[in-house]
Design a binder for this molecule. Structure first.
Ligand SMILES: [Zn+2]
Length: 287
């Protein structure tokens, strides 16, 4: 497909609502963000859920409600984070897969997040991978470093293809502790990916725009959002997530690779369409 897949990551687990009032934290805020981002060109939403105090949570009831609400209100592919926050237990991170998402992120190695450590030992990666396949969830391999590409390849060699049969990765660049958001780093990571894989790139903080331009030029896809960037330009805070998606969509159009629709994204990624299944279950239940 010649178009550009745009994923929005609107919330994350790192920023505080008190510091960033525009961060979508309630389910209503998440749904209205999802709608405006779909209208602006997003096809996939990467979801982190917050509790009543706007703190990150993996509470399964809350996450399931968020997945269902976004699916009800939009056509977006709904991807949950299996990374959670750096303080979450491994069992809770696996448990989040019971929220019936279309996809889930799967981070392929441990990373220093400033002073924190985002732990991803190999046995957890394998457990998450197999749990996703069992539930017909499509993984997005999150790669913060070149070594994570190696781990992903070893995982695929040992366990075979993911649900849907297609490998899609996200290069997360510019995190202090991960690979830098530079063209040489992007090129090295892309060259190491398996044949037939597709990839998005995310530049955190000030690497957002250069990584976006490099990814478009190299035939990649884009992930943007307030999980990764809170500054639109030097000295100017991001207004909302839709503005970041609009900028990505404008650049994709300029690159003559316009944004993919959610249905085109489903086809490319091998996503099971749960919208019809949900509707069918509701109809059957009504009878
Ligand atoms: Zn995330």
């Amino acid at each position: 497909m010649n178009g550009t897949l745009i994923t929005v990551a609107p919330t994350g687990a790192e920023s505080a609502k008190a510091d960033v009032p525009a961060l979508p934290c309630t389910i209503d805020e998440l749904v209205s963000t999802a709608k405006s981002c779909q209208a602006a060109g997003a096809a996939v939403i990467h979801v982190h859920v917050r509790d009543d105090d706007a703190q990150p949570t993996l509470d399964i009831g809350r996450v399931s409600a968020a997945v269902e609400a976004v699916r009800e209100a939009t056509d977006l592919v709904v991807q949950v984070s299996s990374g959670g926050a750096v303080t979450d237990s491994y069992d809770a991170r696996i448990g989040v897969l019971d929220s019936n998402p279309d996809g889930a992120s799967l981070t392929c190695g441990t990373v220093n997040f400033g002073a924190d450590v985002f732990m991803n030992p190999l046995d957890l990666i394998e457990r998450l991978y197999l749990a996703m396949r069992e539930r017909e969830i499509v993984p997005e391999f999150e790669l913060f470093d070149l070594g994570h590409v190696t781990t992903m390849r070893r995982l695929l060699d040992k366990h075979g293809a993911p649900y849907g049969g297609h490998v899609h990765c996200d290069l997360v660049m510019g995190v202090p502790g991960g690979m830098p958001g530079t063209v040489p780093a992007l090129t090295a990571a892309v060259q190491a990916l398996p044949d037939g894989a597709t990839w998005s790139a995310t530049g955190v903080g000030r690497t957002t725009v250069p990584v976006m331009l490099a990814a478009l030029a190299a035939g990649g896809h884009l992930r943007v959002g307030m999980e990764d960037t809170l500054t639109f330009a030097p000295g100017r805070a991001v207004r909302d997530n839709a503005e970041l998606v609009e900028r990505a969509a404008t650049l994709a159009d300029l690159a003559l690779r316009p944004p993919l629709t959610p249905d085109e994204a489903r086809e490319m990624l091998g996503i099971k369409d749960r919208r019809r299944l949900t509707q069918k279950a509701t109809e059957t239940g009504a009878r």
